[in-house]
Ligand binder design. Structure first.
Ligand SMILES: [Zn+2]
Length: 390
């Protein structure tokens, strides 16, 4: 039988091992520990176990909150994506409205907590089902475990993200797919018929900083920003604004302008012997950031209204944000371009424009066309986002 000291070292976490080793555990002969040192070890072991149990409960709480954030974001993102598919042009794809995950999508450190709190296992399962989505219409529910899709058995131990990527490449809109799944151990079969929506993804970023940003393909929203929004309309304001940045190709356009500014900087060095220190490229990018924000505000308001959200909520939310986080704004572009009276007036104008159309029953088509869409073909826009696109 192992000595109590050896047992402690091999079973407790690093800090206790260090305490034990530094305190003489490694040099203590088996059976030589005094009652007082044994009592001390027992106390440390109890404390260590209590701390581990608290950490585990904290991980479970954190995962539960993250799932709530993810669910809220999936709901508003799905609704906005479906209502604005015509504005997304090249970035459309068949959508199911279901979020698929397995325990492999979770870091190994958090996996035990994910098993306990979210019932996640090695089998692919549905984590979120968007309202009024094909997944909901087919009767699928969070917690359902997939066993086969379109006649193909689903192996255990695959990532939900990989499965979703495969679906993106193979699914056809308006075609029915057979889904086999188990619910509470009982096998079921249903038909799932995806519908076309905007193709952007949404990702929750665990962070204490309220922030949101878009890279042309994906929308990132931090947990702090999600928790700052009390209503779904407020959260939709954030998502619609970022979606509008993607529709307007602001990421690619900003890069293009920044390169233009760099050329000016280099010309100044070569022709005038002046080292601008990059100030021309920075000035170019800053001047355009205001335009980009205005475009995203305007188009985002329309996208909200088209999805049935109240654009007046957007206006109020921006006002609250401008007061509470004047130096942060909503995304990295606005760090140096916080909300000002001009921007809020433009939002009021957009809200009035939308309201008039709603009152007269006119279609909610933005008067200001997305610039990238107006100046480039669909193919050019696709190539701009992905140099390897066909
Ligand atoms: Zn923005």
């Amino acid at each position: 039988m192992s000595s109590p000291a050896m047992y402690t070292c091999s079973h407790l976490a690093l800090p206790l091992c260090l305490v034990a080793l530094l305190g003489g555990c490694a040099t203590t002969e088996p059976g030589a520990s005094t009652p007082s040192s044994q009592a001390e070890l027992d106390r440390l072991e109890t404390e260590q176990r209590r701390a581990a149990a608290e950490r585990f409960m904290e991980q479970r709480r954190s995962l539960r909150l993250q799932l709530e954030d993810q669910t809220r974001l999936v709901q508003s993102h799905y609704r906005l994506s479906m209502a604005n598919a015509d504005l997304c042009e090249a970035d459309i794809r068949p959508r199911t409205g279901a979020l698929f995950r397995s325990e492999l999508d979770i870091s190994t450190q958090l996996r035990p907590a994910a098993r306990a709190e979210l019932d996640l296992g090695p089998q692919l399962q549905i984590l979120v089902v968007a309202d009024q989505s094909p997944a909901q219409e087919s009767g699928l529910l969070p917690g359902d475990r997939l066993t086969a899709f379109n006649g193909q058995p689903i192996k255990t131990g695959i990532l939900g993200r990989d499965f979703e990527r495969e679906l993106e490449q193979t699914l056809l809109a308006d075609a029915p797919y057979e889904v086999q799944y188990t619910r509470n151990g009982v096998a079921n079969t249903t038909l799932l018929t995806p519908r076309t929506g905007c193709g952007y993804r949404i990702v929750v970023v665990e962070s204490q900083v309220p922030d949101a940003y878009a890279d042309g393909r994906t929308i990132f929203v931090t947990t702090a920003m999600t928790r700052l929004t009390f209503s779904d309309d407020q959260l939709a304001t954030v998502v619609a604004h970022q979606m509008a940045h993607n529709v307007e190709s602001h990421g690619a356009r900003r890069q293009g302008y920044a390169i233009g500014g760099m050329v000016l900087d280099m010309a100044a060095i070569m022709l005038l012997g002046i080292n601008t220190g990059g100030s021309l490229s920075e000035a170019t990018a800053n001047a355009l950031a205001d335009d980009f924000e205005s475009e995203a505000d305007y188009l985002g308001s329309y996208m909200m209204a088209r999805a049935g959200y109240d654009p007046e909520i957007a206006l109020k939310f921006w006002q609250i944000l401008a007061l509470t986080l004047p130096d942060i704004g909503i995304d990295p572009e606005t760090y140096s371009h916080p909300f000002d009276a001009e921007r809020l007036n433009a939002l009021r104008k957009a809200e009035r424009e939308i309201r008039e159309k709603q009152e007269t029953g006119s279609p909610l088509i933005p008067e200001q066309k997305p610039r990238a869409a107006a100046s480039q073909s669909v193919t050019e826009r696709a190539q701009e986002r992905d140099p390897f696109a066909e």
